[in-house]
Design a protein around this ligand. Structure first.
Ligand code: SF4
Ligand code: MG
Length: 321
């Protein structure tokens, strides 16, 4: 199949500095060797607890944070080696929507200016076309096109997220990286925004990377799901397969916390012991071994390989090797 985005062995280490000389004494390994591909038009969900490296990964793909190493190939071009100006150009194709739309909207800009700005920065369209696009996009995201003179504070959280989505779409991107786009919203509003994203995807042929800590949200929108733990890949497969047949013990624990609609189909809740280890001092062997309910001797000694155990179903766990 075609590939829109290919990420290969992506790493982001943040140096830890100490003392007057600010010497590097270690690294926080936020993203520690992540690889995946995204096909045009699909949604890849990326899940894990906070601190698992999801947001750093999202920002590193766009080089809002520079990666330590690895390849990020968009339509065959390695964006990691692009010049700053070529990267700015590339960002037109890959836009990000953040969790907190309020923090990412300039409070002194009207909604009209908020949406016109990216098109002006990228020298896209004529002034008349830009105005027309603003009205069209507001309508597309379910807002009144007459809202252009209002300011972000006049809107609810859900409306602000619609504005954030409209702004990302002004420059006509192919890929949207959605970083916990509904996490800050009420549950009733969450489903409206998810429906909107789903409609926009069908309508505009968009490709999504959808980052979330909530598996039920991810299930709804994703074609495939990548589970991350402590900056590492734990499991990657089709969304239906992941929910029907989770292999990695961490995925099983995450799934056990998702409420099931059918009360007879009771699932036992798996409570993980201990806290997420520090990514500055990750465990040897399998990064999950300190909390894994079925850890074996080998798990603290050897890093499990990332293996395709069935067609399209990959997992990093000694249970399957
Ligand atoms: Fe658990 Fe071992 Fe599998 Fe890691 S490799 S998830 S510790 S069984
Ligand atoms: Mg879809």
């Amino acid at each position: 199949a075609e590939t829109l985005l290919r990420v290969e062995d992506l790493k982001k280490y943040f140096p830890i500095r100490k003392g007057v000389l600010q010497r590097v004494v270690g690294n926080v390994r936020a993203v520690d060797g992540i690889s995946f591909t995204v096909r045009p038009g699909e949604t890849l969900g990326v899940v894990g607890e906070s601190g698992c490296g999801k947001s750093t990964m999202a920002r590193t793909i766009l080089r809002l944070i520079e990666p330590t190493s690895g390849v990020v190939e968009f339509e065959g071009k390695n964006v990691v080696t692009l010049t700053k100006s070529a990267m700015r150009e590339m960002r037109r194709e890959m836009q990000i929507v953040f969790q907190d739309p309020y923090a990412s909207l300039n409070p002194r800009y009207s909604i009209g200016k908020t949406l016109l700005d990216p098109m002006e920065i990228h020298h896209l369209y004529t002034p008349a076309q830009r105005k027309q696009r603003v009205a069209q996009l507001l309508d597309k995201v379910g807002l009144d096109p007459d809202y252009t003179n209002r300011f972000a504070h006049e809107f609810s959280g859900g409306q602000r997220q619609r504005i954030g989505i409209a702004r990302a779409l002004t420059v006509n991107p192919k890929l949207l990286i959605l970083d916990e786009p509904v996490a800050a919203l009420d549950v009733s509003v969450q489903s409206q925004v998810l429906n909107l994203l789903s409609d926009l995807q069908d309508d505009l042929g968009l490709t999504y990377i959808f980052v979330a800590h909530d598996l039920s949200v991810v299930r709804y929108i994703s074609d495939r799901v990548l589970v991350l733990y402590l900056g590492h890949m734990a499991e990657l497969t089709d969304a239906d397969e992941l929910f029907a047949n989770p292999l990695h013990p961490y995925t099983r624990a995450l799934l056990s916390a998702v409420p099931v609609p059918d009360p007879d189909a009771k699932r036992e809740r798996i409570i993980l012991k201990g806290d997420l280890p520090s990514p500055a001092n990750p465990p040897a062997g399998c990064p999950f071994h300190t909390r894994c309910p079925v850890a074996m001797d080998v798990c603290s000694k050897e890093v499990p390989a990332w293996q395709e155990v069935k067609p399209g179903h990959r997992v990093a766990c000694h249970l399957y090797q």
